[in-house]
Design a protein. Structure first.
Length: 419
């Protein structure tokens, strides 16, 4: 069982001017970061955490997990969370010293769990998170982050960006010589997130231009497909709607439409409008994506969002993943802010109530990562609680001004969580 500080965020000062919801969200953010602290090894690589928040020795240390931890701790540093600055710096060192590929450049997918073992392929998904970590760390003044960001942006540009398509390819071999024919929207979604963050950290317009181009391509595909986003493509960027029909439980490449990604893209499109200074150019599409994801994904009977549906909106994998609920409340928050429509706030309140009743692990800390269709903790696709990135962003977003990236929002808010 986690201690009281990890479970409740005890010790955080609470202004009487804050609402009860604000006080809870701020405590929860601190609690999530405290839970995640045990993920970091002395060398900075982030371990996969089990249900008790202890490192799982059967998993490799992975670049995407370590980068998410570096980003989340850097947000905590900007907001004044105790120990977040040193933990962010440690995670940056893990990316630089442990997971970087000294022989071929870029970042390997992971290392271990056996001594000397390397998960060597190079994934745009993981590299996008390294850019995100470097960007947030740069804004937060984390040692080593500017150099990390410069290197990660160079690799993302040189090895993954397809200029003729204005999109990122998905995966290459460790030595970069073999390009996998698969192309995917998931890596590009996190590419948009990373490029928005990089634009905020560097001021370089090319990163915003690329984020806009990716977002607009996805809007076109979704609009032509009843606002269900095609996730999988061939090397010519032609949709492959039946891809992985025999693997509906895949963590990263499941068959069909993913309502959680519809929600996440919706939030990112709003942030693209904010960062670009465009008044609603993409927000209308964001609202359409949101509405489709809610109609297809939310179970009005038992509550919770399903993981995937077929192309008619019928559930394929009906289990509930924590990250989908986190993106739902975050997206409802930003859409309420930019549109003023109360329906978004009403939905967010309903979903927060469901999260509180079903996803929060009040005994051991953090959120259950997967529930079955009866909203009981499960573990078919997601075992343990590998990271707090989605949950931490969801709980703190309503406390921050809306910008193009969490780093800029946290910087503008200032150290609101200083003990």
């Amino acid at each position: 069982m986690r201690n009281d500080m990890a479970s409740t965020g005890a010790g955080l000062p609470e202004s009487p001017s804050l609402s009860e919801g604000s006080r809870w969200r701020r405590r929860q953010f601190v609690s999530l970061l405290e839970f995640a602290g045990s993920s970091l090894r002395p060398d900075g690589a982030a371990c996969w955490l089990d249900d008790d928040g202890l490192p799982d020795p059967t998993h490799p240390v992975e670049t995407w997990v370590t980068a998410r931890m570096a980003h989340t701790f850097a947000l905590g540093a900007l907001l004044g969370v105790p120990r977040a600055q040193e933990r962010a710096a440690l995670a940056v060192r893990g990316l630089t010293d442990v997971l970087a590929d000294e022989e071929h450049g870029g970042w390997v997918a992971g290392r271990g769990p056996e001594v000397g073992a390397v998960v060597g392929h190079k994934a745009a998904y993981a590299h996008a998170f390294v850019v995100l970590a470097g960007s947030t760390g740069t804004v937060a003044g984390i040692e080593g982050a500017p150099a990390l960001l410069a290197d990660a942006l160079r690799v993302l540009d040189e090895k993954f960006w397809e200029p003729d398509q204005r999109l990122h390819l998905d995966e290459r071999s460790r030595d970069w010589s073999v390009v996998e024919p698969y192309r995917g929207v998931n890596a590009n979604m996190h590419g948009v997130e990373a490029l928005l963050a990089a634009h905020g950290a560097t001021g370089e317009g090319e990163w915003l231009t690329r984020a806009q181009a990716i977002g607009d391509r996805v809007i076109g595909w979704a609009e032509a497909n009843a606002w269900r986003i095609p996730e999988h493509f061939n090397a010519s960027w032609e949709p492959q709607l039946e891809y992985n029909a025999d693997r509906p439980h895949d963590q990263f490449k499941p068959y069909g439409a993913t309502p959680g990604h519809g929600l996440e893209w919706s939030r990112l499109l709003v942030q693209l409008d904010v960062e670009s200074g465009t008044d609603g150019a993409r927000t209308a599409a964001a609202a359409s994506l949101f509405d489709r994801a809610v109609v297809d994904g939310w179970d009005p009977a038992g509550g919770g969002f399903v993981y995937t549906t077929d192309w008619s909106g019928r559930p394929v994998e009906p289990r509930r993943f924590h990250w989908v609920a986190a993106e739902a409340v975050a997206t409802a928050d930003v859409l309420h802010r930019v549109t003023g429509e109360d329906r978004y706030a009403d939905l967010a309140a309903e979903w927060w109530e469901w999260i509180g009743a079903n996803l929060l692990d009040v005994e051991r800390g953090s959120w259950f990562h997967e529930l079955d269709t009866e909203n009981r903790p499960s573990g078919r696709t997601w075992v343990g609680k590998p990271d707090v990135y989605h949950a931490a962003q969801a709980v703190i977003l309503p406390e921050l001004p809306l910008t193009g990236s969490f780093a800029l929002s946290a910087q503008e808010a200032g150290p609101i969580l200083t003990a």
